[in-house]
Design a protein around this ligand. Structure first.
Ligand SMILES: Nc1ncnc2c1ncn2[C@@H]1O[C@H](COP(=O)(O)OP(=O)(O)OP(=O)(O)O)[C@@H](O)[C@H]1O
Length: 250
């Protein structure tokens, strides 16, 4: 049984994983029977270091093929014939240490816009909004490789905000960030949530970001447990979530 946001219909844009098992060498990382990530979902993905959060996101993004099982996308525009089975580009994965293009901050932001079909006026407006939200005004002419870790993450999230993916996975998006940067990122992610972007957000611990979430996925003891109950800061260490998915490992 898959969890879904009640206001989103079954034909919503989604990525659906079935009977997935992930192993590295002989070690089973996790298994999960049925997992759906769709537009309108805002999911907090929790798990200890090494439990497989990044791996699960990469599987849903089509960057890694699971050892067993099937991951399929539904509701997206048809792929060109040479990408017939590709998941790539559907649920966008934003790495903890994001890849930035060689060039200035401005180039990184405007390149994202080239992918969209917008009028010149709309382009200008969207990029101005992103620059203001991420407070990148003073950094526009800086080379992306000169940015600090927190600035790189802010730029990467601003770039994703501009590109408006239907499904976006953010891997520890506020790690390495001071409180000010965290607030800016929180505002951008909240805006994406308001726009209906499906969000899957990994974090070691509850925070302002996880408080935005409406569902909870927890990787523990080799399985992905899903719940509509998102732990608050006070309850994060209690094991009081309803566990709906079990998978056998090994
Ligand atoms: N290509 C690989 N080959 C072998 N083992 C791998 C590979 N990629 C990841 N692993 C292992 O799989 C486990 C899960 O890694 P993953 O990065 O998904 O965990 P995580 O929950 O995101 O961790 P963290 O919270 O530290 O970021 C780790 O033990 C890691 O070493």
């Amino acid at each position: 049984m898959a969890l879904s946001h009640p206001s989103v219909s079954n034909d919503a844009i989604q990525v659906h994983a079935q009977n997935v098992l992930m192993k590295y060498q002989q070690h089973t990382l996790f298994s999960v029977a049925d997992l759906t990530f769709k537009q309108g979902d805002v999911i907090y993905l929790q798990g200890d270091n090494g439990s497989g959060k990044s791996t699960l996101m990469k599987i849903l993004a089509g960057l890694i093929t699971p050892t067993q099982g099937r991951v399929a996308s539904h509701g997206f525009a048809r792929n060109p014939w040479w990408q017939i089975d590709s998941l790539l580009g559907k649920a966008v994965y934003l790495h903890q240490h994001p890849y930035l293009f060689e060039g200035s901050v401005k180039y990184n932001l405007t390149y994202a816009l080239k992918q969209l079909t917008l009028t010149a006026k709309e382009r200008h407006h969207r990029i101005e909004q992103a620059i203001n939200m991420a407070q990148l005004n003073d950094l526009l002419d800086h080379h992306a490789s000169d940015l600090s870790g927190g600035e790189r993450q802010r730029l990467a999230i601003a770039r994703a905000w501009i590109a408006q993916p239907k499904l976006l996975m953010l891997d520890e998006p506020i790690s390495n960030m001071d409180k000010h940067s965290q607030r800016l990122v929180l505002a951008m992610i909240n805006q994406l949530k308001q726009d209906g972007t499906g969000l899957l957000i990994s974090s070691h611990q509850t925070c302002g970001l996880t408080a935005l979430c409406k569902q909870h996925w927890h990787i523990k003891q080799g399985t992905v447990h899903t719940s509509m109950h998102v732990p608050t800061t006070e309850t994060v260490h209690q094991s009081n979530t309803t566990e709906l998915h079990y998978g056998t490992t090994n």
